[in-house]
Design a protein around this ligand. Structure first.
Ligand SMILES: C[S@@+](CC[C@H](N)C(=O)[O-])C[C@H]1O[C@@H](n2cnc3c(N)ncnc32)[C@H](O)[C@@H]1O
Ligand code: SF4
Length: 268
């Protein structure tokens, strides 16, 4: 069940930016487009997302038009503030963007590019649940200008996936990765460690499976589940002291296989 809205100042009805906001035109401009729909909610997830039973009359099929109107508003507000410039990165996050038809995502992308423009070589990412990526979806996204797919793998171990409330079919991770690669997209996979009941052997198995996908990037994050503290996270972290306080298998396996660590920027 989605939580209540956070407290704060009401947004101005015309969407204007605060008058004293410093505007620096040399700062790269990134657009984040939020798609707040999921088929099933995973117990660990804090993102603002709604299952079909929680929409209270709102319709997923109207969302592309709603977001297009928001982009038009953002263009006017940025233009009035003298801050309009092309996008350096675009990130479709969620929720599960690929729960919408790929054509809807393509339309939102076209509206955003029309409003702001896009710099050469811009990275355009779409987050995806493994069950929702077919070769046709990947091709439609690539045609729309998407350059990268970020796929929610989480684990390769069935009891860990179950503990995380994941319902995707593990074999669909490989299918989704291959579809994305065949469409010419870069691929990132998300894995979570420290789920209730996960052993170090389980994590190593998931890490091996993620590495075997031969993606361009792996995003590994600790489970924020309240029960995660009962897991062997602490002992693993101690053995790893001085090497980024992360799971031992991660900090030994990845560099050994030629992978480099990169600081998180908050998106996967
Ligand atoms: C918005 S989801 C992306 C795609 C899709 N909805 C899915 O889950 O397959 C982004 C990623 O955030 C990560 N995530 C979400 N909540 C998290 C949490 N509480 N702790 C760790 N990772 C989390 C998951 O790895 C997930 O793949
Ligand atoms: S499918 Fe992704 S966005 Fe949806 S609840 Fe699960 S982790 Fe969160």
């Amino acid at each position: 069940m989605a939580g209540p809205l956070p407290l704060g100042d009401p947004a101005p009805s015309d969407g204007r930016l605060p008058a004293d906001l410093p505007i620096d035109a040399s700062v790269p401009f990134s657009a984040y487009l939020h798609i707040p729909f999921c088929r099933v909610r995973c117990g660990y997830c804090d993102f603002n997302t709604y299952t079909s039973g929680e929409l209270r009359g709102a319709r997923q099929e109207d969302y592309a038009d709603t977001l297009a109107a928001e982009i038009t508003l953002a263009k006017r507000v940025l233009s009035d503030a003298g801050a309009l410039r092309p996008m350096d990165t675009v990130f479709f996050g969620g929720g599960t963007p690929t729960l919408l038809p790929a054509g809807d995502l393509a339309r939102m992308m076209a509206v955003a590019v029309d409003a702001f423009g896009l710099t050469d070589g811009a990275e355009v990412t779409v987050e995806a649940n493994p069950d929702t990526v077919t070769p046709q979806v990947a091709l439609t996204l690539a045609d729309a200008g998407v350059t990268r797919l970020s796929i929610g793998m989480q684990s390769a171990v069935p009891h860990v996936l179950a503990a995380l409330d994941r319902t995707h079919r593990p074999e669909n991770v490989r299918t989704a990765v291959d579809a994305a690669k065949d469409a010419g997209l870069a691929v990132s996979v998300d894995v979570i460690y420290g789920a209730p009941g996960e052993s170090l052997a389980d994590w190593e198995a998931s890490l091996d499976a993620a590495l075997a996908l031969d993606s361009d990037h792996i995003s590994h994050t600790p489970s924020s589940s309240r029960t995660a503290r009962s897991l062997p996270v602490r002992s693993a972290a101690v053995r790893c002291r001085g090497r980024m306080m992360t799971y031992r298998p991660t900090c030994t396996s990845l560099p050994m296989r030629g992978w480099q660590q990169r600081a998180s920027n908050g998106t996967s």
